[in-house]
Design a protein around this ligand. Structure first.
Ligand SMILES: Cc1ncc(COP(=O)(O)O)c(C=O)c1O
Length: 383
């Protein structure tokens, strides 16, 4: 029923069973129109193209994102080519010359993990990383850790290495008592996959996500939501952060935008925003909500599990699933295999038969997408 939107990617990959959609999602056909529209707008507006982007495409895209996250002030949303830019911009709001405490988890994506590890080489940076496992108690253990005062709290909505949903976002955020603490959520595995309502925390948290995964617009378009009246002055700042800036408090100081643009960097390729805009507009026009998408994916996951039940495979079976319940996790299923070698070998065996998955250590991940017809068949790889 949704496959009609993905004709080009599907016909270019006719014999592929694509399960790595949680990493590299197929793009709906409308993204191609978006790319062409970008080219045409560049040709049409030339020198004026930036004012066209800022007056039309950006506010429209901000509104579409805001609707999906229930954010009341779309102008608080800012774009960058990747999440790393935002992660480092947030870190640059800390006074890194002084002692800083960061509370996070042991399961953040490399973008944060590597950066924080590097910073942690300095003695003044203290990092408290709460283990994700056991997942059943993660929420309460993380809330408990938040009794310590922190300068930055950073955690994922859906963990990239398991698919586990961290818990109740409002509850976790409300455990941070110091209003000066910066609270950031990595929403990449949740945005456009898990119904997310930031309504009651939009003025407390920085939520980061992007177009590469479930938003289906491809690479190059990430965004951050910035609390209204945010007065932070990122050290890592580009000239776009000055748009609509109020006068700086002191004449020797750098001025920042009063909107979310205070978290902006500099010139970027806006074609990715055109693609994201095209997908979110399609979903809006067709009345496809995140709740519907989530429900559809959960059904596909059940069909997939029913299929692997018939395989009688020693490793790929319900017993090796990281989570037995399909109801409380993201859009990929994680199988824990006896070793990294076995996981690699199985992934390659599947890949030889055009069954595309991905591996994280000993974990083999199968992602699910709107373009899956549910007619799963892995038998060819095991015959
Ligand atoms: C949880 C999470 N955050 C962020 C990213 C992307 O990071 P970046 O945009 O810095 O490449 C990914 C994966 O691609 C991810 O899985």
């Amino acid at each position: 029923m949704y496959r009609q939107y993905y004709q080009r990617f599907l016909s270019a990959n006719k014999d592929v069973q694509h399960f790595s959609c949680h990493s590299h999602h197929y793009w709906p056909d409308v993204t191609r129109d978006g790319m062409l529209e970008y080219w045409d707008d560049c040709a049409k507006y030339v020198d004026e193209k930036w004012s066209h982007f800022f007056q039309h495409k950006i506010p429209q895209t901000q509104r579409l994102i805001a609707e999906n996250l229930n954010i009341s002030n779309p102008s608080q949303i800012t774009f960058a080519p990747n999440t790393h830019e935002f992660v480092f911009r947030l870190l640059s709001c800390l006074d890194l010359r002084k002692p800083q405490r960061i509370i996070t988890t042991d399961s953040e994506f490399h973008t944060f993990q590597r950066q924080i590890k590097r910073l942690n080489e300095w003695e003044n940076i203290e990092v408290i990383a709460v283990p994700q496992s056991p997942v059943e108690t993660f929420e309460s253990r993380f809330c408990e850790a938040l009794h310590e005062d922190a300068d930055l709290v950073f955690f994922s909505h859906v963990f990239f290495n398991s698919g586990h949903i961290c818990g109740d976002l409002d509850k976790i955020v409300n455990h941070v008592k110091n209003s000066d603490t910066i609270v950031a959520i990595d929403g990449y595995h949740g945005f456009m996959a898990i119904p997310t309502d930031l309504g009651s925390i939009e003025n407390r948290v920085f939520y980061i996500a992007g177009g590469y995964k479930y938003a289906q617009g491809g690479e190059g378009c990430c965004f951050i939501t910035v609390p209204t009246n945010c007065a932070l002055r990122p050290l890592y700042t580009g000239w776009f952060a000055e748009f609509n800036a109020l006068a700086a408090p002191r004449s020797d100081q750098v001025a920042y935008s009063s909107s979310g643009y205070r978290f902006a960097g500099a010139t970027m390729d806006y074609s990715a925003i055109y693609r994201l805009h095209a997908v979110l507009s399609l979903f809006k026009k067709e009345g496809i909500s995140v709740s519907q998408i989530h429900e559809f994916i959960q059904q596909r996951q059940q069909l997939f599990l029913a299929h692997i039940d018939t395989l009688d495979h020693p490793y790929l079976n319900r017993q090796s699933l990281l989570f037995q319940s399909a109801m409380d996790h993201g859009h990929f299923l994680t199988f824990v295999l006896p070793s990294v070698e076995i996981a690699d070998q199985l992934q390659q065996q599947l890949n030889t038969h055009m069954i595309q998955t991905d591996c994280r250590g000993d974990r083999l991940r199968f992602g699910f997408a709107l373009y899956h017809d549910g007619d799963y068949d892995l038998r060819q790889a095991f015959s």
